[in-house]
Design a protein around this ligand. Structure first.
Ligand SMILES: [Zn+2]
Length: 179
């Protein structure tokens, strides 16, 4: 179940038999049949049954990312999808907390909400080829010294609303930095 599936191969305007969907995704036909049992909409009025590409994609998008959220170095945890996403526009902002540690924030490529993770100057350096990183002098918002904590990445819903509300300002700020 934790197998990685390449959802990009699914074309939303195509229709798939179980076999074709399995092929495209690199899973077994059994797996695709199981998805049907757990809610994947299937056109079953005639044989072979057909799965609409967009339904399949929706289904996978909804459930797939949950099992593990290992973030690639250039990924952030999106609060909206609770899933790894890349940075919008390939831009991020580094907020130093100590000399060695800080927080990397970016706008989600999907929903453009703010997402962030712990980072270090050396991680920023590694990411420089793929991310434009602006360093802010603003202190890391945490009062405690920055240590990875479970709660830090999971803001309360009211906080998230505030953050998303700020996205305009944020976008502006990014623009200024790169201009
Ligand atoms: Zn997002």
């Amino acid at each position: 179940m934790a197998k990685r599936v390449s959802r990009r191969k699914i074309k939303i305007h195509n229709q798939y038999t179980y076999e074709q969907a399995a092929d495209a995704l690199g899973v077994t036909v059994q797996t695709v049949r199981m998805w049907r049992q757990s809610g994947l909409p299937v056109l079953d009025s005639q044989k072979p049954h057909l799965i609409l590409g967009f339904a399949l994609k929706d289904y996978l998008n909804e459930r797939w990312v949950k099992p593990k959220r290992r973030l690639a170095p250039d990924q952030f945890l999106c609060m909206t999808w609770n899933a790894p996403r890349r940075a919008y526009g390939g831009m991020a902002e580094y907020l130093p907390c100590t000399a060695a540690r800080g927080r990397l924030e970016a706008l989600c490529e999907d929903c453009q909400g703010v997402c962030g993770k712990f980072a270090s100057p050396s991680l920023c350096k590694q990411l420089a080829p793929i991310l434009t990183i602006a360093t802010r002098n603003r202190k890391c918002p945490q009062k405690e010294p920055c240590e990875p904590s479970v709660n830090h990445n999971f803001r309360t819903s009211t906080e998230s609303v505030g953050i998303i509300g700020r996205k305009q300002a944020n976008g502006q700020r990014y623009k200024d930095k790169t201009a």
